[in-house]
Design a protein around this ligand. Sequence first.
Ligand SMILES: [Zn+2]
Length: 208
Amino acid sequence: MSGAPTPAARPVTPDDLRFMDTALALAFAQLGQTAPNPAVGCVIVQGRRVIAAAATAAGGRPHAETQALDIAGPLARGASVYVTLEPCAHHGRTPPCAQALIAAQVGEVIIACGDPDPRVQGRGAELLREAGVQVADGVRAAEAQALNAGFFTRLATGRPLVAQDGRAALFDADLEIGPDESFQEALDRLGRAGITRVRVPPARATAR
Ligand SMILES: [Zn+2]
């Protein structure tokens, strides 16, 4: 039923924004650590209290949701789960997070933005809804787009996001162009290697 507007389960509250901001902060802290996977933050709330919080581990797994569910244990039942990106729906090395959330019998999942990965693309939210889990989407969407800019750029173009920045920790790699390759070829190579965010250090850009 893609494209059909889904009625919101309930209005977005200030608490929703606060908990999503916590999830976003966790994810931003992992930028540069999780390629080729996106840095995702997940916060599990029960009775307006955070009972578990996690972000994608260095190297891209385990995913944020499975770690947070492990922390929450049986308390996840009926809980509100805030996640910065649509939970995955595909079987990789581990079962999909959407499945894990369903198995934990969470009450609702609040998503900042959808995952355009062709293996997910709405399927994560759909699986949850089919299982009777309430789903709200687009909470802090603009912030999530900024968070996922590198991951989304590589998905769309096969190449990483390129930015001049003094902060190496926010990037998967610095841009190094080999003697026999063009700028575009270097980006293609980095994209193939799973790099989502590549940095041009400011000093190198200005020094002669
Ligand atoms: Zn996942």
